[in-house]
Design a protein around this ligand. Structure first.
Ligand SMILES: [Zn+2]
Length: 325
């Protein structure tokens, strides 16, 4: 992951101290005020009972991914993880996209993996996560890479369990596993990072898939024991509202959108840019002042199965609510 862009970001960058994620602390009151979701014209969401994920199994997936070691682009462990992901998605239709990415630092082999669960209704919900880990020696990315990847696999388990005659009773759901989210240089900027999502958004715009997407929900860094998901000003207001409405019947509200740090730059932006409604579910306070982020301290002991359950259950609830609209 990722960086936070706020009103003052340019000034901060020019001052030579732009460090991913740190700019958010400088969010102005004006930026914070803009980020509040619209409270007028509240949408009436249907009441539905969605399945819950198996949070312990999700946490087990996190541990198994981390046990592979660091999984940066091009590594043997990354390849092992690709096989692991695909092997856990049986029953879904796999859209596999391997490509060579030109980056400022050279050429890299990347692979987006999309698992499609077809539905009886027209329209698609995309749930996304990046699965690559930052190229830092000894960095296993338990929260940053593994948590959201494991979450999508656990969500896939529930989607598969609730299919009838090969279809969901509702919208199609596509699980998108993005490669190359992390910058090869120090930080994500316009020229480096978010490669997989940019590639997939362009592809889906070109082939017409993008016009079918009702909602794109991204998960990133969602395993922290101390779970506090940001209200991101780059997310679509009605989708923030949907997630809030989905969290309520589950008693999960306290983990969602209580803090605001401006606009998050993450894999949702490429889809926002082509007109898709997006929401980024991200906790960007990982350890005191984000101390564990992009360090070898990002290990499974900082995570909890409960946090994975909070996010996974809420996302499933949101999917079921969209199905019923
Ligand atoms: Zn990262």
């Amino acid at each position: 992951m990722t960086r936070i862009a706020v009103v003052l970001m340019l000034a901060v960058a020019l001052a030579g101290c732009a460090q991913d994620g740190k700019q958010g602390d400088k969010a102005t009151p004006a930026a914070q005020a803009q980020s509040a979701p619209a409270s007028t014209a509240k949408i009436e969401w249907p009441r539905v009972a969605a399945p819950r994920i198996d949070q312990n199994r999700a946490f087990q997936y996190v541990k198994e991914l981390c046990a592979m070691g660091p999984r940066p682009v091009g590594s043997a462990a990354h390849k092992k993880m690709e096989d692991y992901i695909v092997s856990h998605l049986q029953g879904a239709q796999i859209e596999d996209d391997r490509f060579v990415q030109e980056a400022p630092q050279g050429k890299y082999p990347l692979r987006n993996i999309v698992a499609k669960f077809p539905g009886t209704k027209d329209g698609v919900i995309v749930l996304g996560s990046h699965y690559d880990t930052k190229m830092i020696p000894g960095f296993v990315g338990a929260n940053d890479g593994a948590s959201s990847t494991a979450l999508l696999l656990a969500i896939g388990d529930q989607l598969r369990a609730n299919m009838k005659n090969g279809k969901r009773d509702g919208l199609s759901v596509w699980l998108a596993f993005f490669d190359g989210e992390e910058a090869f240089g120090a930080n994500i900027d316009d020229a480096d990072g978010l490669y997989g999502s940019k590639r997939l958004a362009a592809k889906w715009k070109q082939d017409g898939s993008a016009s079918k997407i009702k909602a794109f929900m991204l998960a990133d860094m969602i395993g922290d024991k101390d779970l506090d998901l940001l209200s991101d000003t780059n997310s679509t207001p009605w989708l923030l509202e949907l997630i809030t409405a989905a969290a309520e019947p589950l008693g999960n509200q306290s983990h969602f959108f209580t803090s605001q740090r401006g606009g998050i730059i993450d894999d949702h932006i490429a889809f926002k840019d082509i007109g898709v409604p997006v929401v980024d579910l991200i906790d960007f306070e990982y350890g005191y002042q984000n101390a564990f982020w992009h360090t070898t301290e990002d290990t499974p002991d900082k995570l909890s199965a409960k946090s994975l359950g909070v996010v996974g259950d809420t996302m499933l609830q949101a999917v079921w609510m969209l199905d019923a609209r």
